[in-house]
Ligand binder design. Structure first.
Ligand SMILES: NC(=O)c1ccc[n+]([C@@H]2O[C@H](COP(=O)([O-])OP(=O)(O)OC[C@H]3O[C@@H](n4cnc5c(N)ncnc54)[C@H](OP(=O)(O)O)[C@@H]3O)[C@@H](O)[C@H]2O)c1
Length: 372
């Protein structure tokens, strides 16, 4: 019980080492939700490690422009435009409350990359944007917002981007497989899934059950752990789709937990009461690490090798500890059944509401490997 706070405390003072300063020289990195917190800190780090181009997303144009300026300042080349080495920062609009915004964003991204002189590839994609909602908020698509943003829209982005990223590798545009990073959380270990299959069999489904206002849990971060567990199921399914015909990954996928980090992720919780406004920042400052340290886990995730493909990256547990802790929600018989049911529901939702996904060549369906 005491182990987790102690390891958080350790991580606060002993961060992961940064890789050599040329680790991302010439690369293009995409990070969703990089206007603040971990996304912004990671963008600055990639810029300081030589990335040639950073693409970030924002809902608010002026916030995006401010972030762009800060990333340019952090660039390895100081943003001063030394020859052609100045980092380029692109800000694209993305609101993950709506599927049409996700689709438009991916189309705009691909169009921009197509028009580029040279390779037009992306070496790393970090799906970082996420929310915590202490009260029930319904998204434009009719789902509870935490599940919408953290799970459904993140999945949609991954499904739209993956075939394109695989092509980069098969066309030999990138020397090694590009990286696709999902920002999850160790909290996916916490939900109790014992009733989930039952909801699928006898009710309107797992997603509907978890997303309905009457079932919205109490607590300070309701549905956050659930949204990250749903995302972990998705990552495990998407991993199967990233393999080439030779069985080797064409895109290196990793879910990553940055640990407890001092960001504004809990802003909606602070707004709940005066107590929370005082307590939450104090608690975070005591146990959480600075965003710059948390972002190092994204940098490390973008440097993994094929052998680490699919591995959950977290500094809070050893591999052995995690594999034990993951049994109930990920490795048990119940968990495997729930994962299949969740994946089928999510694919049903996305292919119904996002026709462009149906038209893509992407394959799905676990063992069955059906085409759309
Ligand atoms: N902080 C931690 O301790 C911690 C621990 C484990 C995992 N994580 C994960 O790390 C990721 C980043 O969190 P953070 O701590 O850096 O929080 P943050 O400072 O609140 O940053 C979240 C980012 O996501 C964007 N975002 C939120 N809702 C969005 C939407 N509907 N559409 C598009 N973008 C949206 C925000 O953009 P706007 O500026 O438009 O709001 C912001 O750039 C999240 O996935 C979180 O779950 C954080």
């Amino acid at each position: 019980m005491i182990q987790l706070p102690l390891r958080r405390f350790r991580d606060k003072f002993f961060p992961e080492q940064l890789p050599p300063p040329d680790s991302f020289d010439g690369q293009t990195i995409l990070i969703t939700g990089a206007t603040a917190g971990l996304g912004l800190a990671a963008a600055k780090q990639f810029a300081s490690l030589g990335a040639a181009e950073i693409i970030i997303t924002a809902r608010n144009k002026s916030k995006g422009e401010l972030a762009k300026k800060r990333i340019e300042e952090a660039s390895k080349y100081g943003g001063k435009g030394k020859g052609d080495k100045k980092v380029t920062v692109e800000v694209l609009e993305l609101d993950m409350n709506r599927y049409d915004s996700c689709v438009r964003f991916v189309e705009e991204l691909k169009e921009k990359m197509r028009k580029k002189e040279g390779k037009g590839t992306i070496e790393c994609v970090v799906l970082n944007a996420g929310v915590i909602n202490p009260t029930f908020v319904e998204s434009s698509e009719g789902w509870e917002q935490t599940i919408q943003v953290n799970t459904l829209s993140t999945t949609l982005l991954a499904l739209l981007l993956l075939p394109w990223m695989k092509e980069m590798q098969t066309d030999h545009k990138t020397p090694s497989p590009p990286h696709l990073i999902f920002v999850t959380s160790r909290d996916h270990l916490d939900p109790d899934i014992s009733m989930w299959a039952e909801w699928a069999r006898t009710g309107s489904g797992i997603l509907q059950h978890l997303s309905s206002e009457e079932n919205f849990p109490s607590g300070i971060m309701p549905n956050y752990d659930i949204s990250k567990l749903l995302l972990t199921y998705v990552v495990r399914e998407i991993c199967k789709q990233a393999l080439g015909s030779d069985g080797r990954p064409q895109v290196i996928i990793n879910p990553v937990c940055p640990g407890l980090v001092q960001t504004d992720l809990g802003r909606a919780i602070s707004q709940q009461s005066l107590f929370m406004r005082i307590y939450l920042p104090l608690w975070l400052r005591t146990w959480g690490k600075p965003a710059e340290y948390g972002a190092r886990s994204y940098v490390a995730a973008c440097l993994t090798e094929r052998d680490d493909y699919g591995k959950f990256l977290v500094s809070l547990y050893t591999d052995q500890e995690y594999s034990q802790m993951a049994i109930p929600n990920l490795e048990s018989e119940t968990a495997r059944e729930v994962q299949g049911l969740v994946w089928a529901e999510i694919m049903g939702e996305l292919t119904t509401k996002v026709p462009v996904l149906r038209n893509s060549m992407f394959k799905f369906g676990g063992d069955g490997q059906e085409d759309f």
